[in-house]
Design a protein around this ligand. Sequence first.
Ligand code: AHR
Length: 588
Amino acid sequence: VLNVQTDQPGHEISPILWGIFFEEINHAGDGGLYAELIKNRALSPKRHGMNLDGYAVVKSEGVDGRIYLSTDHPLNSVLTTSLRLNVDNAVAAGQRIGVSNTGYWGIPTRPDYTVYNASFYAKAVGFTGPLTVQIESKDGSIVYATAQVPQITEEFQRYEVTLTPTPALIQNPSIDNIFTITANGPLSADTSIFFNVISLFPPTFKNRPNGLRTDLAQKLADAKPSFFRFPGGNFLEGNTIEERFIWEETIGDIAQRPGHMGCWGLLHRWDSIAPEEMQPYIDSALNEIEYIIGNTSTTWGARRAADGHPEPFPLTYVEIGNEDFVSDDYDIRYPQFYDAIRARYPNLQIIATDYVNTRPVPIRDDHFYPGYGWFPNNHRLYDEAPRNGSKIFVGEYATIDNINWPPQANTASAADDAAFMTGMERNSDIVIMACYAPLFAHLNDLVWMPDGIYFDAAQSFATPAWWVQHLFSVIRGDTYIPTDSDANEGLPAEKIFHVASRKTDTNTLILKIVNTNTEDIMIDAVTLGGIGSTQGGTMTVLTGGRWDENDLQEPFRVSPKTQTFNVTSNSFSYNAPAFSLTILEIQL
Ligand code: AHR
């Protein structure tokens, strides 16, 4: 029996309970959510430790030339290194030489990528143009789109062209392509062409310039997240202090940004700053907050407006650090940031990453990455937590498949996540926010698994774990309804999990039932207390084979199915499928 005490409503469900956490990991942003298609766009001394990753010479047979990094023709004082193309022997008419870029494991063509915007800075010695800009197959046999820059000069200038692919050439998404900028013969042997900030964008989400990749951004928008945690995670701190997230270098003209070293796949060195040397870092944090929410009469608020966003961004919560339980002196540095932020921005709510004695912890960020069983066994973790202490933000969590390799999320791990989420929703008077992590992974750079959404250069899919996130987020009530059940009796461990809520404006009862068992479990009676009859509603079920995953070939193998729920009685039986999440939306 599963009793739903519809007539005994409890606390408010946190209205911001389900959100998202974006961290630059697995090429989540660079080659991922950020729609830029050119790998290693800005050649900067800071970025990639200065290499030509992604670039190659493209040339007709028999033509001699090379590319290399050159510091004698800098674009500006920030991007001091250029990509230099040198023609070594004269190039005859009808031949070509230039530079190609592979993109992030392929330049994508897709039927919906109907136009691309390409741009770059270039100058030349011994050459005045034209330059041919193309998207072509790796072997050059198919030219999907072509455009020309008629003339270039001896000074760096920005050139922009649109590339319109021939629709008949693109039936399906493809990644076996490159981007090229070439010069056609005749060319003399002393020709040099210099490039920097080479950029290629497909159509972006909401057509925003410099914007987001459509399929990935749409998956996030579809999940209707209530908040956005950014920028990390360990990415915030970098491998070294110099490689930390320096927010001031991430804004403004892209040709004036020095770039940033990623921290994944390298060694996180756990460097620290002495407490008496923290002031510049505190000032930087205060400036960052001012950039986000300061009005336009402030220095950084004005800068935000100049960057195109006069309205402040909605910022409510500021977290000090990340996973600082590894550091023995968080208790010293937390107060330094806490006091400064509280003094300047008393309305902001502060999140600590660990227990602290020296100052209050309004909200604590808990992270969990367990193997199978831990989430189901600990779904009551917050049931007994003090109600007058810190609120909880579960800022990262995911079941790690500790049985199969690679540990991509499957039906079973998604069910474990869902079991814990019933506990978070039940306790959402103190668990005010939660977000799955990591959010994204490029299939060619899996430095951390599992992840919510996977993609290659052209296509993407949501994992079963992401569908759980999606469903918990899009189907939410506002008022907790207590439930109890004897469905676990006789089982070696709890396998059935449940949480209910009411959506007041539509008078809908929402009942979420999770089964983490290897077999179906029949609940003989789901009883709705205090209710005569209902108007029925819908039933959404996410289930699949135990180890079933989604992939590019079958992106919806494990995905939710919604059907009408015709039952109008206040008591009905329900057979919860093995490894499943069921959500009933019943019209009262
Ligand atoms: O999400 C990946 C990493 O896991 C985060 O950077 C870190 O906070 C956690 O350990």
